[in-house]
Design a protein around this ligand. Structure first.
Ligand SMILES: [Zn+2]
Length: 216
């Protein structure tokens, strides 16, 4: 009998593996769901890897705003994900947090893992950048995924409408141009990000207007 490895061919009777993409703005609970999903699959005796890139902690971890955290593999641009999985005994699934920051080639590798090696892939990330334009990796996930789910966990714009888009704020004003990926919301960075509704992302209004004292 031959040893099964993570890259053994899928038995023909096996169900198809799936590529799923969960997307939403910051603070919508993506990393929390990623951690929950890893926990659920692990409890069923399945073996997985947790991957991330540019996590808010600044390290190779998946951390959620509500305080959960887990060590993870940091995905740099040169990492081949098929090779990574092949280096392990048996991998049933991948949790890919911050997948919007992967390369397009790495998204193709995820599709390979699903189709050729029967690995379930659960990808989480932003869809669009601070200009409301799609990240290349997110676009590829939209094109290739079996299932795409928008997460909307009560993240609201200051006006109370659903928060859909991330604004980059530099020096108190919304930025409209610049590098697609700039890490913000850290002590060292002058950049922060704020979730807005589409209306206020388009107008650039970051807060409730303060009533003028001189108005009659
Ligand atoms: Zn709004």
């Amino acid at each position: 009998m031959t040893e099964l490895s993570a890259l053994s061919p899928v038995p023909s009777a096996a169900r198809d593996a799936v590529l799923k993409f969960y997307f939403g703005p910051m603070d919508c609970g993506k990393s929390t769901l990623a951690l929950q999903m890893n926990y659920n699959h692990g409890r069923q005796g399945r073996r997985g890897l947790v991957l991330t890139k540019h996590d808010r902690s600044g390290g190779a971890k998946v951390t959620s705003r509500i305080g959960l955290g887990l060590d993870a593999i940091e995905v740099d641009d040169a990492l081949d994900l098929v090779t990574l999985v092949g280096a392990h005994d048996r991998i049933d699934y991948l949790i890919c947090d911050e997948a919007c920051f992967y390369t397009v080639e790495q998204i193709e590798q995820l599709a390979d893992l699903v189709d050729e090696h029967g690995v379930d892939v659960y990808a989480f990330g932003l869809a669009s950048d601070f200009r409301s334009q799609m990240f290349p990796a997110a676009q590829r996930l939209f094109e290739l995924a079996d299932e795409v789910c928008r997460l909307q966990v009560e993240v609201l714009c200051w006006c109370g409408r659903p928060g859909l888009l991330n604004a980059r704020v530099v020096g108190g004003a919304m930025a409209r141009s610049g590098e697609q990926v700039v890490i913000g919301d850290t002590d060292a960075s002058p950049v922060r990000y704020q979730v807005l509704c589409r209306r206020h992302h388009r107008s650039g209004q970051l807060a409730m207007p303060v009533p003028s004292l001189t108005a009659s």
